[in-house]
Design a protein around this ligand. Structure first.
Ligand code: AVJ
Length: 323
């Protein structure tokens, strides 16, 4: 059972172990249809690469979500009410969260959860400077795994899970429903503030995942870098290509790494053969219509209370409640 570390900052540490990483990638690469879990993009370097993606002209989601939040944060704070405990899944640099923290009425505390430990600790240190009166209870964890939520010292009127960035889009339908059910249990009697990317012109989607500077390609290949550095694998980056496209029948952007030749890679005890043109599926990013998402939310026990979008209907921020 992990325990809070001893420093002045109490980190609830459930960071995944190296053997979990090795086990999961080995399993994925030995499947007939090779795949790698996208959560492993987000170590410290990968999180920085993602922040760089967010700055790109072509990558609209982050900027659009932030604009929606800026415009609606007053309304959102009123809806969440006083003394809420804000629990953020995948807090990253907590940029959008600062908007919320500025607007919330006397929050009971803030629980940022992230898999990237150093970034989490940096973020928490910075938050402590800006919000000296806010109780921040960081948790380092893979939030799809089992972990315990810390309890703040102030009384909590309502628990609100914050899940921005359309990360829900990374889940296939069934796991998405399952994960939302888990969130419904966490915020029982409260709500879920969630960012959901919307279906749109395919070309906008294509550009967002195939940027002209190649940052997304570098982000994608970062999984190979991590396996080389942390697991002693021998992937040759130049022999894999970034390939991302929108699959309209499935309603998702798929990101792959395509083998550019027949090759064998060593990983742990295993030898993994790749045929020319064979792909490793590294990420899905599902896009929803408002109706589709409302249906998914309902199937997990949520009611859509409020939806905010931008003028072009590119992205949505939604408040879902659970009785
Ligand atoms: C952070 C998971 C929402 O799916 O758009 C960005 C990650 N992948 N470019 C997304 C990502 C490629 C992003 N999410």
């Amino acid at each position: 059972m992990p325990k809070p570390s001893e420093s002045s900052l109490r980190l609830y540490d459930f960071e995944p172990q190296q053997k979990t990483f090795l086990g999961e990638v080995l399993q994925g690469l030995q499947d007939a249809r090779k795949e790698l879990p996208s959560k492993y993009f987000y170590d410290d370097i990968g999180s920085q690469l993602f922040e760089q993606i967010c700055e790109l002209d072509e990558y609209y989601p982050t900027r659009t979500e932030l604009a929606i939040m800026q415009e609606r944060v007053g309304e959102i704070a009123t809806l969440l009410g006083p003394n809420c405990l804000l629990i953020e899944y995948g807090s990253g640099s907590s940029t959008k969260t600062r908007l919320l923290l500025d607007a919330l009425h006397d929050p009971a505390g803030y629980v940022p959860i992230d898999i990237a430990k150093e970034q989490l600790l940096r973020t928490v240190a910075a938050l402590a400077e800006t919000y000296p009166c806010l109780e921040v209870l960081p948790v380092c964890a893979d939030y799809t795994s089992d972990f315990a939520l810390p309890v703040p010292s102030k009384p909590v009127r309502r628990r609100v899970v914050y899940f921005p960035g359309s990360t829900i889009g990374n889940f296939d339908r069934e796991p998405a429903q399952h994960f939302l059910r888990q969130l419904a249990r966490v915020c029982q009697g409260g709500g879920l503030l969630i960012g959901v990317d919307l279906k749109k012109d395919f070309n906008i989607l294509h550009r967002a995942y195939n940027d002209s500077q190649g940052v997304t390609a570098q982000f994608n290949k970062h999984l190979l870098v991590r396996m080389n550095e942390e697991l002693g694998a021998d992937f040759e980056l130049k022999h894999f290509g970034h390939y991302a496209f929108y699959n309209p029948t499935q309603g998702r952007v798929e990101m792959h790494l395509v083998s550019l030749r027949n090759q064998v890679v060593h990983l742990g005890e295993a030898e993994i053969a790749f045929k020319l043109g064979e792909s490793v599926w590294t990420e899905s990013s599902y896009k929803y219509t408002l109706a589709e998402f409302a249906q998914l939310a309902a199937s997990a026990g949520f009611t859509v209370e409020q939806v905010w979008t931008d003028a072009r209907q590119l992205f949505s921020v939604q408040y879902l409640t659970v009785g």
